[in-house]
Ligand binder design. Structure first.
Ligand SMILES: [Fe+2]
Length: 315
């Protein structure tokens, strides 16, 4: 109870800033700037990549694509997935203890993630950055990586509620399943309707399940898209424009890597930068990488000054 009140209070400044930036005059100005930036960057976008055409098309049309790293021609991914799988196995006790203490959102501790820098760096693969840049239409910010663990308790909490991410207008999240995921194993689900005008609600970034089903019905869609597949399945989704969730798992626990991207000048910077990695962590992880990779990871350095001093909201 007190924790919930404290959380609501801590969120208030962010809600106020979000509301201020949603005022028609401010929003209109920011929208014009966004359109101008898209236009300026259009001729600088990376060329289309045949290996990624199917996934790119699915993401563009439906907001989500289910594939794997071989199909995307990303080298070295199998070894990185094996490292992540081993880290999850090493930390099973930690996850289960945290779940038993009532934590809803289970993340691999960053100290563990730092033991295997290749996991973070896979998200900076040049072909992945090209893919994301083409989709966003703007230079890419890489917001890092998390490894999330979902206990099969059937509870609809945290990211298992239907929501859109608030960070930016368009976003790309890349999820990689670390175990086989079927309909009972907490698959990623997405409603393939961009920013639907749903029932009146106080928070336009949250929907209850019945509202999602009603929206799908109205649009003639049988059901939200459920992304199921064996370990190593890669799900690419625009979590900014489309409502999505991790379906509550009932059959078995689910472990997955999540890489997160948005434009280098995101719409709401105070909802970004929440992977738990410190700026010092990120600087050490990108040491020796290319300028482009470093720019994507260190996006925060080039934010307008007014945004740089606002601490990110709690997850
Ligand atoms: Fe999300």
């Amino acid at each position: 109870m007190y924790a919930r009140v404290a959380r609501r209070l801590s969120e208030m400044p962010y809600r106020l800033v979000a509301r201020a930036t949603a005022l028609p005059a401010v929003d209109g100005l920011r929208e014009r700037r966004y359109r101008a930036a898209l236009e300026r960057h259009h001729d600088h976008l990376p060329p289309a990549d045949d290996a990624q055409a199917v996934a790119f098309d699915a993401l563009s049309r439906h907001g989500v694509a289910t594939t794997d790293f071989d199909a995307l021609a990303i080298p070295g991914a199998a070894a990185v997935i094996a490292q992540a799988t081993a880290l999850v196995a090493d930390n099973l006790d930690h996850f289960r203890r945290s779940a038993a203490r009532g934590r809803d959102f289970l993340l691999l501790p960053t100290a563990e993630l730092m033991r295997r820098p290749d996991i973070y760096r896979l998200g900076l693969d040049p072909r992945l950055l090209d893919f994301v840049e083409r989709y966003l239409g703007l230079p890419v910010a890489y917001d890092g990586v998390t490894i999330q663990y979902t206990v099969a308790d059937g509870r609809e909490v945290a990211t298992r509620c239907w929501h859109r991410d608030r960070e930016d207008r368009r976003m790309v999240k890349i999820a990689v399943y670390l175990n086989d995921v079927d309909g009972d194993g907490g698959p990623f689900e997405l409603l393939p309707i961009p920013e639907p005008a749903g029932p009146k609600r106080a928070d336009p970034f949250l929907l209850d399940h019945d509202a999602v089903i009603a929206l799908a019905d109205d649009a003639g869609i049988a059901a939200p898209i459920s992304c199921e597949g064996p370990a190593g399945t890669v799900v690419l989704a625009d979590t900014g424009r489309f409502f999505h969730r991790g379906k509550p798992a009932t059959g078995r626990d689910r472990a997955a890597i999540f890489f997160s991207y948005f434009s280098s000048q995101p719409q709401r910077p105070f909802y970004c930068d929440r992977s738990g990695l410190t700026r010092a962590d990120v600087r050490s992880l990108v040491d020796g990488l290319s300028d482009r990779q470093r720019r994507a990871a260190l996006w925060h350095d080039r934010l307008p000054r007014r945004w740089r001093y606002i601490r990110p909201a709690a997850v």
